[in-house]
Design a protein. Structure first.
Lengths: 765, 289, 158
């Protein structure tokens, strides 16, 4: 299906159409309240003092000078944490404030509250912290070999997991191997971390307005650290300016609540951009070795691989990231035999955790680069070798799990290949320098530029894995023809608020859907992560709406003497299938008030055993990308000219939102391919700003030609698969492959086995 | 007044004379970053700031047809330099202007601010250096002028004295080819990893080459300039490939780049060689083998 | 603390009292005048989220010293009125809005662009809006929105 064709759908604004966002007008008018917009008279500012060292012992903290500054209301340190001293998504290993040791540059040591952000800054400057600097552990290999000293009571190995599958002695006639490096990427959401903490007037509890991905998980961790029962900690979703994984972990939540409770006054905190780079986790940098064995006609026989993920100072989601990586070693290809070892280790680098497509992004860069090497070694076209190995439903994966999902890998590849190429030649028709690599820098003439083409294909697990009790809750009230939905699903920009209304309109036949405030006043929705909310919270909203609808049918059956089992919704009417009864939903619900809450759970999964076998994932989605790039091979500059993609979506529930996910994900994958990398030298971040951490601008992002494969997924409540992560995954290797293609055409023979691909990598310096 | 906002040059000079340590604010695109990032401490009380962007003499330019020199007031913004008529007079400076930050930055940032900040990566500076610009300073004690090479003292260090303002910069309007090139990892809004400007002046048989981001300040390349000047066929704007190659090599050898988080010294040196070769070839399109 | 100064924002005078001189226009608009539409995401003119017009020029409010912006007309998204403009409506209709954090800056920048260049080419749109970073959309729907407005305005003037 062409997405641009589907965008025109209107009608009842139910599933399959593209109604506009309910928050759209507020966002364009500037009245939508992001968490950083929340303040008001008398609200104090909070700020965080951070470690300048990657590893040091805290000898002494003397805040006395800060207390003396006019306008400073309080200073807090680890001594002021009433509850648990540590938090964490999976393992609680990260201190609220460092008490004795700091383990990364940027680790919180103290916090202040004052009347003005500049007062806060001066107060932070005035706090004296005496450090005994320790040698940082920065090399993951030394952690694996056991040579690095332990930097945390829980040790330095965050997870070690093997996969052994099939005949480990199998070999292929063709063998290709390489080691790949993936740089540390930042989520770089635009809406900086911000929160407003309001202490209860009666003392005790606190209400936190916060931009997060998972209100209930935050609440659990915050309450534990505050030493309060969960019901005394209420969370309200503050407007979220993007997330992409960076809001899964606690950042300023506990600090802002501590300050507010200490002072009995509302406190707001907002990070600066430089601080944001220190204050949230990043995409894991990784080193991945892979060796593919294949037959001479390119059939994969065995894959050997070793994954090393640098988790930085604290655990965050490292164990899940590693799981996703190693279980996607094979990519969307059949692979009968595999031997994989994976390590996620602790170092004194910035902590790493969730970012869109976590683990799979890294694995995909490696396996797709391998597929190209394999194609070359076998003398087969890169597209053909992917088709020959394409996974299908029913195939066994290297974990022993059977691919139960709809798996249109071949369709994704074929449809991508069939999409039109850009019609512009190198340099374009108008000769504008912006069409050449280097852009306004006027570095290249068209004759210096070589055009390359590359492909990438990805498989991505959907939702939470490894036995996690993954569920979502939604409540539906129906009265007077209006459906009111309540859920705690974090709307981070992806558009669940739009989809929820579509579901209610389709199930209930109503026009008007009201969305209640997103807060902890209803059960957990789980995280806006792992491409899971359309499936999970979509499933919950649907279930709640269906429950309400069924009660409505029962009531109508009683009142009108029709069989409720025969009733159905037809557009905006309730009808019975015998054709004797028809009543507008508005009329049928005029005097009712129905209220149902539903919980949706996906099928259970299990942990991997020590040989890496087990049904650890719920479902999968697939995608293919083709990149066309123009490369200045002498200066190493790149302009991506076009990205084409076909994505397996199950069912396109909102084509405009879907297009936004596809194009937006591609932009992030492009960033990782050619420009985005956090640079740390000796454990110190060197580019914590948007001046030096570069994001793709409108001039860097090419047109996207997209199509979707709609084969409804039987396992999914709405037939749809998660669509958020796949777009950003295989576009990165596709762009890297296109760059390699151009470099090869220019007669260069050096390898490019890392992303981002830097100018020096292209030149071979 | 919280901020002094003079509306004439005389008032601006007087204000600077009265408060020689005052912060001089032009477009704000460098200074405000420093204040926002707390790299520059601005006291709560008694901070003195003189805003220069409403001084008509500073924000205007004049062209003297007799000696064919362009006088750019220090407050002329990149957005204006980017477009005609200035683009036609100093095309390389217009090319550099188009690479300065974003449109928003170019609407605010000024040529004088670029000079005053004196970053090695300042986009306008290689062009001004290659054009042989004169910088004109003014204070209550009078005026003085100096070649840009003397004005730029080091990394973010200039000859500007307390109480002194940059009034203008003058450059010749030449008939020959001139061009600017800049390498960054992004196709817009990027700090120069390395940059180069080549200016030719055929009537005077002169080539001038200046490099940015590869030394503590902008570097001229006398050896490369002399080599090209001597080897070029000025009448047909032609040059042989060997000369082009050698010019790039000499320019690269002149550069003194460093390794930092933005790039490596090796890459910067390499990029200078490539850019200078390409610029020379654009300047002398004939004679390629 | 400094003395009082007055800013002319969206046709109204606003007095600013007791402000620190280092406060940029973005901070003053948001925290002192309560005009929250402009957003801050980088503090150094690299994201465009705080784009406003000062004296008719599109600038980053975070790089304007507020106390130096006296006597000049300042226009923010709030100054576009209470009814969505064609640009604002097009952003909603085309899906140019996801998280929406970059949106107010882009709205101001798009108005500024179309006021000066009613029929921009796609490349002009990309260059003129290249100072406005969006992390969610990949820009495709934003370009679509700008083009839709340009086409609709052209049709309306025929």
């Amino acid at each position: 299906m062409s997405l641009t064709d589907a965008i025109t759908g209107t009608g009842h604004q139910g599933l399959g159409t593209s109604p506009t966002r309910p928050d759209g007008i507020a966002k364009v008018m500037g009245t939508f309240e992001f968490s950083g917009d929340l303040g008001g008279d008398g609200v104090l500012w909070g700020a965080t003092l951070r470690s300048p060292h990657p590893h040091a012992r805290i000898v002494r903290i003397d805040p006395s000078a800060a207390w003396k500054i006019d306008g400073v209301e309080t200073v807090i340190t680890a001594d002021d944490v009433p509850g648990a001293m540590h938090y964490g998504l999976i393992a609680q290993d990260q201190p609220v404030f460092a008490a004795d040791v700091v383990r990364y540059v940027g680790e919180p040591v103290a916090a202040v509250a004052a009347d003005h952000p500049e007062t806060c800054r001066r107060a932070l400057d005035a706090i004296v912290v005496e450090y005994e600097v320790l040698e940082p552990v920065l090399d993951p290999d030394l952690v694996i070999s056991g040579e690095a000293p332990s930097i945390h009571p829980a040790g330095n190995m965050l997870r070690e997991q093997r996969i052994e599958h099939g005949d480990l002695d199998a070999t292929g006639d063709v063998v290709v191997e390489a080691t790949y490096d993936i740089g540390m990427q930042d989520q770089a959401f635009l809406g900086l971390e911000a929160a407003l903490a309001i202490p209860d007037s009666g003392g005790g509890g606190v209400e936190l307005h916060i931009a997060t991905q998972w209100l209930h998980e935050d609440r659990g961790q915050i309450a534990a650290c505050l030493g309060l029962p969960e019901e005394q900690v209420r969370l309200v979703l503050g407007g979220v300016g993007g997330a992409f994984g960076a809001r899964e972990d606690i950042s300023l939540q506990v600090h802002s609540c501590l300050l507010a409770l200490r002072l009995g006054r509302p406190v707001r905190m907002q990070y600066t951009r430089a601080e944001s780079f220190l204050g949230h986790v990043h995409r894991h940098p990784a080193t991945i070795w892979m060796r593919h064995h294949a037959t001479t006609d390119g059939q994969i026989v065995k894959i050997e691989a070793r994954f090393v993920f640098d988790g930085g100072a604290y655990a965050s989601t490292s164990s899940a990231v590693l799981l996703n990586a190693i279980t996607h070693t094979q990519g969307p290809y059949r692979c009968p035999n595999a031997l994989v070892e994976g390590y996620a280790v602790r170092t004194n680098h910035l902590p790493c955790g969730a970012m869109r497509g976590f683990g799979v992004v890294q694995a995909c860069y490696a396996h797709e680069s391998q597929m190209d090497k394999l194609a070359e070694a076998c003398g087969i076209d890169p597209v053909e070798i992917r088709l020959r190995n394409a996974m299908r439903t029913g195939d066994e994966m290297i974990t022993g799990q059977t691919m139960d999902s709809v798996a249109p890998v071949e369709e994704c590849i074929r449809e991508t290949v069939a999409l039109p190429f850009p019609d512009e030649p190198v340099g374009g028709h108008d000769g504008d320098v912006m069409r050449l690599p280097g852009g306004a820098g006027r570095t290249a003439d068209a004759r210096h530029v070589v055009r390359g083409i590359g492909y990438g294909v990805a498989m991505k697990n959907l939702m939470y894995s490894e036995g996690f009790d993954d569920f979502s809750t939604a409540r539906c009230r129906l009265a007077g023809g209006v459906a009111t939905l309540k859920f705690a699903t974090a709307e981070v920009g992806q558009g669940f608020v739009t989809l929820a209304g579509q579901i209610a309109r389709t199930v209930l036949g109503v026009d008007e859907v009201v969305l209640d405030r997103i807060d902890t006043g209803v059960g957990s929705a789980g995280s806006t992560s792992a491409s899971r909310q359309t499936w999970m919270s979509g499933g919950a909203v649907q279930a709640a709406c269906v429950a309400v609808r069924d009660r409505l049918f029962e009531q109508l059956g009683r009142e009108h003497g029709v069989d409720p089992a025969l009733l159905t919704i037809d557009g905006r009417d309730v009808v019975d299938s015998t054709g004797t009864f028809r009543m507008p939903v508005v009329e049928a619900t005029a005097s009712v008030a129905l209220d149902e809450t539903a919980v949706y759970r996906h099928p259970t999964t299990e942990e991997l055993d020590e040989r890496g076998q087990g049904n650890c994932h719920v479902a999968f989605a697939f995608v293919a990308h083709r990149a066309v790039v123009d490369v200045d091979v002498d200066l190493g500059l790149v302009r991506v000219v076009q990205v084409a993609t076909a994505q397996d979506v199950g069912r396109a529930l909102n084509p405009v939102s879907l297009t936004g996910q596809i194009e937006g994900g591609i932009a992030q994958g492009l960033g990782l391919a050619v420009m985005e990398e956090i640079v740390q030298i000796d454990g110190v971040i060197r580019n914590a700003s948007f001046t030096d951490y570069l994001l793709p601008t409108m001039l860097d992002m090419p047109p996207v030609v997209a199509t979707v494969i709609e084969q409804p997924e039987p396992l999914s409540p709405l037939g749809a698969k998660g669509v958020g992560e796949p777009p950003c995954i295989s576009v990165t290797p596709a762009i890297a492959a296109a760059i390699r293609d151009a470099v090869r055409q220019a007669g260069r023979t050096h390898r490019i086995d890392r992303v981002p691909v830097r100018p020096t990598d292209i030149i071979g310096l | 007044m919280p901020v002094v906002v003079p509306t004439s040059l005389a008032d601006a000079v007087a204000a600077a004379g009265a408060a020689p340590d005052a912060l001089l604010l032009a477009g704000g695109t460098d200074l405000m970053v420093e204040i926002n990032e707390r790299h520059r401490d601005l006291p709560w009380n008694d901070a003195a700031v003189i805003s220069l962007n409403r001084v008509p003499e500073l924000c205007s330019w004049t062209f003297d047809p007799d000696d064919r020199r362009l006088r750019l007031g220090a407050g002329v913004r990149w957005a204006e330099i980017e477009r005609d008529p200035l683009r036609a007079m100093v095309p390389a400076l217009a090319e550099a202007a188009r690479t300065v930050g974003s449109p928003q930055i170019r609407n605010a940032g000024t040529v004088g601010g670029n000079l005053a900040t004196c970053s090695p990566a300042g986009d306008g500076l290689p062009v001004l250096a290659a054009l042989g610009a004169e910088v004109h300073l003014v204070s209550v004690d009078g005026r003085r002028s100096m070649p840009i090479g003397d004005f730029m003292v080091g990394v973010k260090r200039t000859a500007l004295q307390p109480g002194e303002l940059i009034e203008s910069v003058t450059v010749p309007v030449l008939d020959g080819w001139q061009g600017y090139s800049k390498v960054g990892v992004r196709n817009a809004m990027v700090i120069a990893t390395a940059s180069a400007c080549v200016v030719t002046d055929p009537p005077n048989r002169s080539v001038r080459i200046a490099l940015g981001s590869v030394g503590p300040t902008i570097l001229r390349c006398p050896e490369a300039e002399a080599h090209v000047t001597a080897a070029a066929d000025w009448d047909s704007a032609a040059i042989d490939d060997a000369t082009v190659t050698e010019a790039g090599r000499l320019a690269a050898a002149t550069s003194r780049p460093i390794d930092d988080h933005r790039s490596s010294a090796d890459y910067r040196r390499h990029a200078i060689g490539v850019m200078v070769q390409r610029l020379i070839r654009r300047a002398f399109p004939g004679g390629a083998s | 603390m400094s003395e009082i100064y007055t800013l002319h924002v969206n046709g109204r005078d606003h007095e600013v009292r007791d402000a620190w001189l280092g406060e940029n226009l973005l901070y003053v608009l948001r925290e002192r005048l309560g005009l929250m539409a402009a957003k801050g995401a980088c503090e150094q003119g690299e994201c465009g989220s705080c784009s406003v017009e000062v004296a008719g020029e599109l600038v980053c409010a975070c790089l304007v010293m507020a106390a130096a912006a006296i006597d000049e007309p300042i226009r923010t998204v709030e100054g576009l009125g209470d009814v969505p403009t064609d640009v604002q409506q097009a952003f909603v209709d085309t899906g140019a809005v996801q998280c929406g954090f970059c949106t107010p800056g882009l709205i101001v920048a798009t108005h500024h662009l179309l006021d000066r260049e009613p029929e921009p080419t796609e490349l002009q749109i990309r260059e003129e809006l290249s100072g406005n970073v969006c992390r969610c959309t990949g820009y495709g729907r934003i370009i679509e929105a700008v083009q839709q407005v340009a086409v609709a305005r052209r049709a309306a003037t025929r």
